[in-house]
Design a protein around this ligand. Sequence first.
Ligand code: GTP
Ligand code: NA
Ligand code: MG
Length: 299
Amino acid sequence: DDPEDLVERAPIVTIMGHVDHGKTSLLDYIRTSKVTADEAGGITQHIGAYDVTTKTGHKIAFLDTPGHEAFTAMRARGAKITDVAIIVIAADDSIMPQTKEAINHAQVAGVPMIFAINKIDKPNANPNKIKEELANMNLLIEEWGGKYQSQELSAKTGEGVDDLLEKVLLEAEVLELKANPDKNAVGTVIEASLDKGRGYVTTIMVQSGTLNIGDITLAGKHYGRVKAMFDHKGKKLKTAGPSTPVQLLGLSGAPQAGDIIKVYDTEREAREIANSREQIQREQSLRTKKHITLDEIGR
Ligand code: GTP
Ligand code: NA
Ligand code: MG
């Protein structure tokens, strides 16, 4: 892309952390407290990704999938769709195995981390202990002279959540996240399912370009024209630019999480690529079967 074509885009955030430290609670709090009133009466349904506008007027996109799964499934396919990782740590607990794993995932992927020290509303919360444990792992927080942003918060009362979002924006500013919105869309599949009545529903994150109704898309071995697009509140969208999560209708099947989705100029092109992928897969599975059969004979 020509640097002149690049414009600022919203950060895409994944929340990770140990079991029961409050990932879902935090995602829920952010979603319900930040979405505008037009959600009232709307159908709240699970969606693998959503975006919010902060009180300061900036957009942030969140991946609402178990953080570890998102990282492993997507990294396995070479997709990198997280800009910032929030590591949730319960202040009434300690750095636990899955906390360490989450930190490791972020570090290996080269994704900056912000530590969200959660559950500070609890009488037995001890955020200092968490900060010390982090320091012992060479993860010194800014407040203590280090480089890592951290935020004490409660996903239950909401205290500290706005400050956390501002810290995400600060991190994003440093990253200078940009994309070209004026080209065919490229994105990543977050999840897909078959909805009786609507057909295949695919949640994607647009990463560059702009997706439009009628565009010919291909993800994995499934293709089709975009029939409709919705945001996480079920509101119809006509276009979706970089860092926009959307649910789309129109694919011929359910691609896998982490598959790249691209727009093609002709349906023929998309179909040919889909067919060749299908064929490669068939050959691979035949080869595996043959291998097993020979092995069995050998034994
Ligand atoms: P898994 O998805 O199972 O790994 O858990 P999780 O990290 O998504 O944690 P979840 O949001 O399900 O929270 C676990 C429990 O902690 C629930 O009972 C929450 O109500 C509670 N909880 C989460 N955040 C807070 C908080 O800030 N304060 C208090 N008091 N409880 C919290
Ligand atoms: Na839980
Ligand atoms: Mg959860």
